[in-house]
Design a protein around this ligand. Structure first.
Ligand SMILES: Nc1ncnc2c1ncn2[C@@H]1O[C@H](COP(=O)(O)OP(=O)(O)OP(=O)(O)O)[C@@H](O)[C@H]1O
Length: 630
């Protein structure tokens, strides 16, 4: 039976064979939830974030110690009130004095607790703010190689989940100092009041310790199972939301619902087990408290009768026992919090310390108007994995104001080449030069201003149309933006939108057509007014009217600029001054349209075969051409 009381989905095979089903959202969480309880490296790294607030941390620790002291004083004052203030013949002012002192201690207790909570809350929030800001900044600069290898989902969980568990840790760690002090204080005061009764009461401690150790092992595995089941179910849910179109198109709704029901049932079972285990400790601790109190009442009572201790001391004992188990409970909880925090801290420091391998050289110069707008590849060899180069000894150049089309079959290395111009990655051999400088010798900031990039899938951000066009040129005025939009032919459709340039775009511009998104990204590049334009032409099919508009916009965009275009459409290729043909990371041909036609190589074959696009090159043709070229 499932948690909602429905019957299990039945197997449709009459012979009972298990049905073959694709699994949904079965991502397993391999990340550690609990780390070592104390990891010096992690603590040292995190301390760099806490250190700026150490003055406030000291005040918080001071406040928690004052709070603990007042906690210890309260039962003692009660004891003095009973044994001395209320003793026959005691002067009235004595009791009144003790009561006044009691009121003062209560006030100090309240003030210290408030101060401690407020400061630790503030410090934790500040530290987390700093960690988040640092991580965000770092992730914007981090080498793309790291991004290529890391799942976005995992990074998001680091930014959110792990940072939250650090917050929990920071907030409770000051409290732990107080808990330890309280525990030591209670034991010391009880021993001071009557060491024999104290030892008798403390005999319940080993029982608590054994129970706790047995419990912890089982509880931890139950918590981990619940955590994992929960993540898997959430993974399935998010996959189902993201992939809802594909799900509806393949009519998988029914089967997915069944699979999801199974997952939620697993989560339900594991959560139930975890919460059962979590609850079991509370009655055990309560029972032990009760036993300890019974010991005090019986043994202490006998002592009072025999005159060995006073009634007030026995009452104070009872108060101390009631408070005794609270710090133990919160410290054991803090133990798990610390382990979780160490695992989270480890993951956070991993992200914070990931190397930024594309960095400005100390003597990097800024590219400026004095530099020309040329691009040159000199014997470039590059591979995402250096052992497997995707560009092999590639050389070509684009003079200032020239338009060069980069063509080649899919996977030939076109996109990789343009990533190198912007120095997203560093080459293994040879050099990429912009404006006559090796890109490693110029500042990345000036390189970014010298080059405008238009990617194949135009990335639009949540914000207005105006903000999106101005994304890479925050200095551009509203007029500059509208002029850019007019020049690329985007103005009319923008004006037709409900709020014109102030219309808010949905996530990634999903409320626009692909052609419109392309035109906006052209307008963005035009507003940036860079001297070199690097463009990855869209391969997606768009209607011929939009295609014409885009071609016109492209001409406008390239006017007076150096252009390097990954060309997929023959119209763009024919408009280029020169064509560079890549194949499997090797440059196999180069020249203008006429020269390449005369060469009778791959390019001319494509033309004669009348292929619609260079992406249609057949593999066998590729091989043949490679032989011709080499
Ligand atoms: N981020 C990456 N990490 C590892 N390998 C990559 C990465 N990007 C591309 N590659 C590999 O590099 C090779 C060249 O890819 P690239 O994207 O440069 O080709 P392309 O000519 O632009 O292809 P397309 O026309 O399909 O966009 C391919 O084998 C690809 O698998």
């Amino acid at each position: 039976m499932s948690p909602n009381g429905q019957a299990e989905p039945r197997d449709p095979h009459a012979d009972g064979r298990p049905r073959m089903r694709a699994v949904v959202g079965s991502t397993r969480v391999e990340e550690e939830i609990f780390g070592r309880v104390f990891d010096g490296k992690v603590v040292r790294r995190l301390w760099t974030f806490v250190a700026p607030y150490k003055g406030r941390v000291r005040i918080a620790v001071g406040a928690v110690l004052v709070f603990t002291l007042s906690q210890l004083l309260i039962p003692l004052l009660i004891r003095y009130a009973i044994d001395y203030g209320m003793a026959p013949g005691a002067p009235g002012w004595l009791l009144a004095g003790i009561v006044a002192l009691f009121a003062l201690v209560i006030a100090v207790n309240y003030g210290a607790s408030l101060l401690q909570e407020r400061i630790t809350g503030q410090v934790a929030e500040n530290v987390l703010f700093d960690i988040r800001r640092k991580m965000f900044g770092h992730l914007q600069h981090v080498s793309l190689t790291f991004m290529d290898q890391t799942e976005v989902g995992r990074l998001m969980s680091r930014l959110q989940g792990d940072v939250n568990s650090m917050q929990e840790f920071l907030e409770t760690s000051v409290q732990s100092v107080g808990d330890i002090a309280l525990l030591i204080g209670i034991v010391a005061v009880m021993l001071w009041l009557d060491w024999q009764l104290a030892l008798l009461v403390l005999m319940v401690l080993p029982i608590l310790l054994v129970v706790r150790v047995l419990w912890l092992a089982r509880a931890r595995s139950a918590f981990m199972a619940a955590h994992e089941a929960n993540s898997v179910t959430n993974g399935a849910l998010s996959e189902a939301i993201h992939g809802v179109r594909a799900i509806q198109a393949t009519r998988r709704e029914g089967l997915n619902a069944e699979l999801y029901a199974e997952l939620t049932e697993r989560t339900w079972r594991s959560q139930l087990r975890a919460s059962r285990l979590a609850q079991v400790m509370i009655p055990i601790v309560d029972t032990l408290t009760g036993i300890a109190m019974a010991v005090v009442v019986v043994a202490g009572g006998l002592m009072v009768v025999s005159g060995r201790i006073e009634v007030g001391a026995m009452v104070a004992f009872l108060f101390y026992i009631q408070r005794f188990f609270d710090p133990i409970r919160s410290l054991t909880m803090q133990y798990s919090v610390m382990q979780r925090a160490m695992a989270s801290g480890h993951r956070l420091t991993e992200v914070l310390d990931v190397e930024v391998d594309v960095e400005d050289a100390p003597d990097a110069v800024a590219l400026g108007p004095q530099d020309d707008a040329s691009v040159e590849f000199r014997g470039v060899t590059f591979g995402y994995d250096p052992a497997h180069p995707v560009l092999k000894d590639v050389s070509f150049s684009v003079a200032s104001g020239e338009r060069v089309a980069l063509v080649g079959p899919t996977g030939s290395g076109k996109s990789s080449s343009i990533s190198l111009i912007h120095r997203f990655y560093d080459v293994q051999d040879g050099s990429v030069r912009v404006g006559g400088h090796d890109v490693r010798d110029v500042t990345q900031e000036s390189l970014g201003r010298h080059i405008a990039m238009v990617l194949q899938e135009p990335y639009l951000f949540t914000g207005t149309v105006m903000e999106n066009i101005r994304y890479s040129s925050h200095w551009a005025s509203d007029t500059d933006v509208t002029e850019a939009a007019k020049a690329v032919g985007a103005h009319d459709f923008v004006e037709a939108m409900p709020l014109g340039y102030d219309t808010l775009l949905d996530e990634r511009g999903s409320n626009l057509s692909l052609g419109q998104r392309q035109l906006l990204s052209f307008a963005r590049a035009l507003a940036a007014d860079a001297r070199i334009l690097v463009l990855d032409e869209a391969t997606a099919n768009i209607d011929s009217y939009t295609e014409l508009q885009i071609q016109k916009a492209l001409q406008k965009l390239l006017e007076g600029r150096t252009g390097l275009v990954i060309a997929h459409r023959l119209a763009t290729i024919r408009n280029a001054d020169r064509i560079v043909v890549l194949q499997q990371g090797v440059k196999i041909e180069e020249g203008d349209h006429d020269a390449l036609m005369a060469r009778q190589g791959l390019y001319s074959k494509l033309f004669t075969l009348n292929h619609a696009s260079f992406d249609d090159i057949a593999e066998d043709l590729d091989e043949e051409e490679r032989k011709v070229a080499t």
